[in-house]
Design a protein around this ligand. Structure first.
Ligand code: IPD
Ligand code: CA
Ligand code: CA
Length: 283
C-alpha cells in the first residue's frame, strides 16, 4: 500500500462504488456480445474498434458524467467531459475495452479499465475482467483488492525465476525496441507473455500472478487504473528511465519492487534515448 495519500487526494464520496458498478455493467455488455457478429472498424492498419467498445464507453460516460459532471473525462473512443481549464481537479481515464483485438477474435481475455486522477495523480483504479468475474480495485493509500480480498505483489527476487508481460504498439514501425527487449528477456526469465491487455497485465502484477510488466508507447487509459493497483499491492511503477510514473507519460515499468532495477537495466539496454538522459542507468 502506498503511504502518500492525503485527504484532499481521496476520491470523492461515491466514486469508488460507481466505478465498480459501472465496470461490472460495461463488462456485462462485453460478455454478452462476445462472439456475436461484430461491426469492426479500423483506426489504423491493425488498430480496431468494435460496436462493443463504443457501447461500453457510452454507458460508462453516461454513468460517470451523470454523477460527476464537473470532472474531466477521457474515454479511448472519444467521450470527453469538461476541460482542465474549467478548474476540474479530478479526471476520469477510461478504456471501455482493453484487449479489443482479442475481443474481435472472440479470444476471451479483455477488461474494462476505469481510473480517476487528481491533479495528475491516480487516486482510484478499477479493472474488471467480465469473463472471470474478477474485479480489481484500488484507492490510493488504501490497498488493492480482488473481489474484495487484499492483493499483494509476488515475492520473486530473481529475473530467472520471474514471469513477465509486455505488449507491442499497433504501428509495426514502432515495434523494434520492444522486440529487442523481448529477445533479451526471453533468455533471462521464465517467460514474457503478450496476451493483449495491458490493464490485465498490470492487475496480474498486483495479484502476484506476474512479477513485472513493461510497455511503451501506451495510452493513459491502458495504464491509469492498473498502475495504481500495482502500487497499492506493494509494487513499484516508474517511467522507463526510473523516474516518477505519469499517467499521461506514455510508458510504464511495473514490478513487484524486487525486480524493478534488474528489469529497468535490461529495458535500458535497448532504449537508446535513455542513455543520455539517465546517466545512472547502465549503457
Ligand atoms: C491495447 C492493449 C494491448 C497493448 C496495446 C494497447 P486496446 O489496448 O492494452 O495489450 O499492447 O498497446 O493499445 O487497443 O486493446 O484497448
Ligand atoms: Ca487499451
Ligand atoms: Ca480499448
Amino acid at each position: 500500500m502506498s503511504d502518500d495519500a492525503t485527504d484532499d487526494q481521496a476520491p470523492p464520496p461515491g466514486a469508488r462504488g460507481l466505478a465498480e458498478a459501472t465496470a461490472r455493467e460495461a463488462g456485462a455488455i462485453l460478455r454478452e456480445r462476445l462472439g456475436g457478429v461484430r461491426d469492426v472498424q479500423f483506426k489504423g492498419l491493425v488498430d480496431l474498434v468494435t460496436d462493443a467498445d463504443r457501447a461500453a464507453e457510452a454507458l460508462i460516460g453516461e454513468r460517470i458524467k451523470g454523477a460527476f459532471p464537473g470532472h474531466r473525462f477521457v474515454g479511448e473512443e472519444g467521450t470527453r467531459g469538461v476541460e482542465a481549464e474549467a478548474g476540474a481537479a479530478f479526471g476520469w481515464i477510461v478504456d471501455p475495452l482493453d484487449g479489443t483485438t482479442n475481443y474481435a477474435h472472440a479470444y476471451p481475455h479483455f477488461a474494462v479499465s476505469i481510473g480517476l486522477e487528481h491533479d495528475g495523480k491516480v487516486v482510484l483504479g478499477v479493472v474488471y475482467d467480465p469473463m472471470r468475474d474478477e474485479l480489481f480495485a484500488a484507492e490510493r493509500g488504501r490497498g488493492a483488492t480482488l473481489n474484495g480480498a487484499p492483493l499483494r505483489v509476488s515475492a520473486e527476487e530473481t529475473l530467472i525465476g520471474s514471469l513477465l508481460a509486455t505488449g507491442f504498439p499497433y504501428d509495426p514501425a514502432l515495434r523494434a525496441e520492444g522486440l529487442a527487449v523481448w529477445g533479451d528477456l526471453m533468455h533471462r526469465c521464465q517467460g514474457v507473455r503478450r496476451d493483449g491487455s495491458a490493464a490485465l497485465n498490470l492487475a496480474y502484477v498486483a495479484a502476484g500472478r506476474l512479477d513485472g510488466f513493461y510497455e511503451r508507447p501506451l495510452q493513459p487509459w491502458d495504464m491509469a487504473a492498473g498502475t495504481l493497483l500495482v502500487e497499492e499491492a506493494g509494487g513499484t511503477v516508474t517511467r522507463y528511465d526510473g523516474g516518477p510514473f505519469d499517467p499521461y507519460g506514455r510508458e510504464a515499468v511495473a514490478t513487484n519492487g524486487a525486480l524493478h532495477a534488474p528489469l529497468l537495466e535490461v529495458v535500458a539496454r535497448h532504449a537508446p534515448d535513455l542513455v543520455p538522459t539517465s546517466p545512472g542507468l547502465p549503457s
